[in-house]
Design a protein around this ligand. Structure first.
Ligand code: GTP
Ligand code: SPV
Ligand code: MN
Length: 590
């Protein structure tokens, strides 16, 4: 059946290791999908939701200690430690394979192994990459069917000797002490064991499309980034595309699906969603940067999603969606903190326990019905704002790149870099408050260069160098901006309403790209003249805009010191240009 000898041999080897009781090929057909759903329902792995209210939707809970990516258990396994760099966990390949082999060994004895051939990017596009994931989880199969291109065509494209990423996933005992997420960029291989949570197990996503792809991108001269991609159509029907890197749970999905505020809709502004998490970007023959979204689904944060904050998401997840770790209601619908409608009187929480609003834990803290990193998996095609350019092999041309994060203080609402090199420095030194998308202390500010800290498949210092070189190779560089929707006032209240209103900031950004508006030159970059941010119909409290654009030199000097310590971890390998930008900022701050 399979003509690809290497693929055949690899599967044989993995079967010998994991010892499943059978091997099932996933073909992407509706018929097979239905069978798998039925089977997973019968074992309780997933629960079918209300046919009437949520057609084609399912509910799933992960293990309680398995609800977010575990960065401390995620490794880049290159021959030399320096290839992985100081920001990655590293393990020598031999040791990593041995350790994981011990956990994988016989782990599928009473289970089936599913073989998922998938394409990231349209099957057959020269920009796409193919992977084959082996897994013992139907939940993983069903998610991969939503997130990636799975069809018979993938094997045809692979032919007899095509390149593919070997992805092995096993739940094993779901034991956190026996959990490892291993990347072998030099072998084009990923091994993930002991987890059942999203980013750890949907191996096409962060593992292939960012960690392995970033390594390939460096070698092949392109960029694999943790970025949303969106198109903004103005009143004249002209569409410009931007991409944006914000760390996990910092607003990519929300921005990508933005619904223009009322006054903008009147002007017939329109937003087109290309992607909400990952962008692969290349310099095309016209010398500018073009981006594709390698995924075809959303794996989005549920809490806070409602028809006010993200109406397009609400529309997208009405059918054919998998909900993970949210609250299950007795009528077989779902709920999460910040969902539409009244708070349910009771339900079953993400841990599978009876839940009522207002319940307190042993420490007197409110028990949430949904985990704060609970998620929905839904097809991109169901999004009302889905871009008509999704399957275009060359993607979309990028006019502006945004960097951003959660900064309660310091960073203004928006500022523009002086040039590409300065923009790369802004990305390289961006920092954000930690969210619940990863294990660790919430709220702590950590440096997260280009929102890629947990996703770089090689040395981040070399990654900065690669960004600098990419800029030099472009004939027309996108302009680089920094945005911060999360600045607060003295009382801890957000100064900016965010969500749909962010279009007001994007409008300024696009005007800058088209040389249609001036700006104020400050020490950190160009900021808007206050009157150039359209606040019509916004009712922003007086004084907020001024606070949003305050640049506190004292605070910035403290930030410079923090940056200095962060950059020092790269030692001599840090590109001189980054240090030069740091020194120049110091000088400008006086
Ligand atoms: P990942 O899927 O983890 O990569 O996250 P993401 O970057 O796509 O984040 P997402 O859009 O899901 O937003 C995460 C959280 O940020 C949600 O709780 C949102 O309500 C909140 N959020 C998003 N945009 C804004 C905004 O403009 N202002 C404010 N205040 N909050 C926002
Ligand atoms: C993120 O954490 O950035 C996500 C979710 O998009 S996960 O797929 O788990 O990485
Ligand atoms: Mn993400």
């Amino acid at each position: 059946m399979i003509k690809h000898k290497k693929l055949q041999k690899w599967i044989k080897d993995m079967v010998r290791l994991c010892q499943p009781n059978c091997v099932i090929w996933i073909d992407g057909s509706q018929k097979q999908k239905k069978q798998l759903e039925k089977e997973a329902c019968s074992t309780g792995e997933i629960i079918r939701l209300s046919h009437k209210k949520l057609p084609g939707c399912f509910y799933h809970r992960t293990a309680i200690n398995d609800v977010a990516r575990t960065e401390n258990l995620t490794f880049i396994c290159t021959k030399n430690k320096s290839e992985a760099g100081p920001t990655n966990n590293w393990m020598p390949p031999k040791q990593a394979y041995n350790k994981a082999r011990g956990i994988f060994k016989g782990s599928m004895k009473s289970r089936k192994m599913y073989v998922i051939p998938f394409s990231m990017g349209p099957a057959g596009s020269p920009f796409s990459k193919i992977g084959v994931e082996l897994t013992d989880s139907i939940y993983v199969v069903l998610n991969m069917l939503i997130m990636t291109h799975v069809s018979k065509q993938v094997l045809d494209v692979l032919g007899e000797d095509g390149e593919f990423t070997k992805c092995l996933h096993g739940k094993a005992e779901l034991d956190i002490k026996k959990r490892l997420i291993l990347h072998f960029p030099q072998d084009n291989t990923i091994w993930s064991v002991g987890s059942g949570y999203g980013g750890n197990v949907l191996l096409g996503k962060k593992c292939l499309s960012l960690r392995i792809a970033s390594y390939l991108a460096k070698k092949e001269g392109w960029l694999a980034e943790h970025m949303l991609i969106m198109g903004i159509e103005d009143a004249n029907g002209h569409i410009q595309y931007i991409s944006g890197a914000f760390p996990s749970a910092c607003g990519k999905t929300n921005l990508a699906m933005l619904v223009p505020p009322k006054s903008y809709k009147k002007k017939t502004y329109r937003v087109w969603t290309v992607g909400d998490d990952i962008a692969w970007m290349r310099i095309d023959s016209d010398g500018s940067l073009w981006a594709i979204n390698p995924e075809v689904g959303f794996f989005g944060v549920a809490p806070g999603t409602n028809s006010g904050s993200n109406p397009n998401a609400v529309e997208t997840i009405k059918k054919n969606t998998i909900f993970t770790n949210v609250l299950l209601k007795h009528d077989k619908t779902v709920w999460w903190e910040g969902a539409d409608g009244p708070v349910p009187k009771k339900g079953t929480d993400w841990m599978g326990r009876p839940w009522k609003p207002g319940m307190l834990d042993d420490y007197g803290k409110i028990i949430k019905g949904a985990h704060s990193n609970s998620r929905f998996t839904a097809p991109l095609s169901q999004c009302p704002s889905v871009s008509f350019r999704l399957e275009q092999h060359h993607g979309v041309p990028i006019s502006a790149i945004l960097f951003g994060g959660r900064r309660a203080h310091l960073a203004p609402l928006v500022y523009e870099s002086f040039n590409w090199q300065h923009g790369v420095y802004i990305g390289a030194t961006m920092a954000s408050e930690r969210t619940s998308a990863q294990f660790g202390k919430l709220g702590e500010v950590r440096f997260d260069p280009m929102a890629m800290l947990p996703f770089n498949g090689y040395n981040t210092a070399d990654y900065f160098r690669h960004w600098l070189q990419m800029g030099k190779r472009m004939k027309k560089q996108p302009r680089i901006f920094y945005v911060n929707w999360f600045r607060v006032d003295e009382n801890g209240k957000f100064l900016w309403p965010g969500f749909g209103e962010n279009l007001r900031v994007l409008e300024w950004i696009l005007k800058r790209c088209n040389n249609e508006v001036g700006a104020i030159k400050t020490a950190i970059g160009y900021i808007p003249k206050i009157e150039d941010i359209n606040t019509q119909g916004l009712n922003l409290p007086k004084g907020n805009l001024k606070k949003l654009f305050t640049i506190d030199k004292h605070e910035w000097k403290e930030e410079l010191e923090r940056q200095r310590s962060f950059l020092a971890i790269f030692g001599d390998s840090l590109p001189e240009e980054i240090l030069e930008e740091h020194r120049d900022l110091e000088k400008r701050l006086g």
